[in-house]
Design a protein around this ligand. Structure first.
Ligand code: ADP
Length: 266
């Protein structure tokens, strides 16, 4: 049960009158609690791979004479995996703090969406992106925004679709026009889907429907929190539609820019 938090701000007492001003501090307390939770969660996420790395290094160091080469190779591989996990986590934490810091300054640059979407959807190591990602972008659109952030948004959604989609099924990235002079960018996978009770929480920092699976695939639990902030900064809207056993579509709508971009100066 939620209880509001009040603070007494001023008391003036006259002969037969007492005036007390009460200020509701619930919102501030919520922000402060969210901040403390975030620091605790982030510390925990950082500590787990660090503890593994230290454990493996100590074992290798203490038992260096008795460990056979195959085992030590396996340990080194684990150390590399955990170090990569730390690197992804730190890089996502930095992205998140950057997008949070910039969330109130409306980006000025007008750019063409198609090349950004193509780059984010197709380029990148680690996945068989070229074989699995299908682009359906007949028309180009211009939006006002931060090109780097939009690229990151598409990359995060496509990474998730590849991770949680069925391995032998395509991921479709579509760009089409929407009502009210908007463009709709959608990423669809034919994977396991997400059950409805999770949907409202997916953009919360470190929220995962299956933490083991997310971690095993290199997930940080921050990808969709970053997406949400980027969407808000661009005055956009994020919708998630999912059918368990069939797949998921993440769609983002942005206002189309009125003016066209400056031509390149050669
Ligand atoms: P993670 O690094 O765990 O992928 P995200 O913030 O990108 O973190 O996503 C949060 C959670 O949302 C994931 O752990 C997963 O449970 C769920 N999720 C995201 N995208 C999909 C998808 N396309 N299909 C099924 N579940 C998804």
């Amino acid at each position: 049960q939620r209880r509001d938090i009040w603070r007494i701000s001023r008391q003036s007492v006259g002969d037969d009158l007492a005036v007390i001003e009460l200020i509701n501090q619930t919102a501030e307390a919520d922000i402060s609690r969210a901040h403390t939770d975030f620091v605790a969660n982030a510390s925990h996420e950082l500590r787990t791979p660090l503890a593994s790395i230290i454990g493996y290094v100590e074992t290798l160091d203490d038992d260096s004479d008795s460990i056979d080469p195959a085992t030590s190779k396996r340990f080194l591989e684990r150390i590399r995996q955990e170090a990569n996990r730390l690197q992804n986590l730190v890089s996502d934490l930095m992205s998140l703090s950057r997008v949070e810091a910039e969330k109130h300054d409306l980006p000025e640059t007008v750019f063409s969406l198609m090349p950004v979407v193509e780059r984010a959807a197709r380029d990148g190591a680690g996945h068989d992106r070229f074989a699995r990602v299908e682009l359906s972008t007949e028309e180009d659109f211009h939006i006002r925004g931060d090109e780097r952030q939009i690229e990151q948004l598409v990359r995060n959604l496509v990474d998730n679709a590849l991770k949680y989609g069925a391995p032998d099924e395509k991921v479709t990235v579509e760009l089409k026009s929407a009502r009210n002079r908007q463009v709709c960018l959608s990423v669809t996978d034919r994977g396991e889907g997400i059950s409805p009770e999770h949907l409202p929480h997916l953009t919360r920092r470190f929220y995962r429907t299956d933490p083991g699976r997310s971690r095993a695939s290199g997930g940080t639990g921050l990808g969709l929190a970053i997406v949400k902030h980027i969407v808000e900064r661009h005055r956009g809207r994020l919708d998630i539609e999912s059918v368990v056993g069939k797949g998921t579509t993440f769609s983002v709508r942005f206002p189309v820019a009125q003016s066209t971009p400056e031509p390149d100066q050669d």
